[in-house]
Design a protein around this ligand. Sequence first.
Ligand SMILES: C[S@@+](CC[C@H](N)C(=O)[O-])C[C@H]1O[C@@H](n2cnc3c(N)ncnc32)[C@H](O)[C@@H]1O
Length: 234
Amino acid sequence: MSHELPNALNLRTDKAHSARMYDFYLGGKDNYEADREAAGKVAAAYPGIFVCARENRAFMHRATRVLARDHGIRQWLDIGTGIPTKPNLHEVAQSVAPDARIVYVDNDPIVLVHAQSLLTSSAEGRTAYIRADVNEPDAILQSPELIETLDLTKPVALSLNALMHFVTDAQDAHGIVRRLMGALPREAPSHSATAHRTSTPRPGRKSPTSTTAPEPRYSSATRPPWRTSSPAST
Ligand SMILES: C[S@@+](CC[C@H](N)C(=O)[O-])C[C@H]1O[C@@H](n2cnc3c(N)ncnc32)[C@H](O)[C@@H]1O
């Protein structure tokens, strides 16, 4: 984990990466040839990926707003933050509760390059950025940035949007979520908001745009590889 600077980073722009492919689906500019090429292959097999990306982002906005407005949440731990795309989670949360505090976490160096846009907190609230891997939940929970920003005796929302499909069963996805949720207070109830791709459409619904699953394209072309889950295992 580190907060070192971009000149020490190797962005590996020759290799597609999930954060930059997602940026491409959202119409962003922080992507490179290798990302666009891999994203194009996914889109050819699964044209719905553009809608998926936008709907996923819209879900994050709705979930954040509801947690702040209806459940009184004032603290978020957002892992797998992504390249900043306005409005980011803290902007949504602080539009409801200006004193909201958000810790962002991502392992991609390009997200670190753009982290300044995530540190534009309101005066009353606070934001922090940690470069870390969700596969090391203890490193996240023990990081000074998290300890200085969040009060773990008060409710926290754990936000894992479009992240856990990059964690395999062998990496113990369920154990990681349990470890993270276990560190958040239960009495003052904490929450989690998770968007996760499954391999089947909702009962009674047919995916209108899907031809074949994107998984093989993601798995072979990108860092990190992607896997889908059945709804039951999610
Ligand atoms: C599809 S984007 C989702 C962005 C944002 N959460 C959203 O829903 O709009 C997935 C993000 O997860 C990050 N990511 C993938 N594997 C990760 C890992 N093992 N640890 C931390 N972040 C990871 C990627 O770098 C990328 O920024």
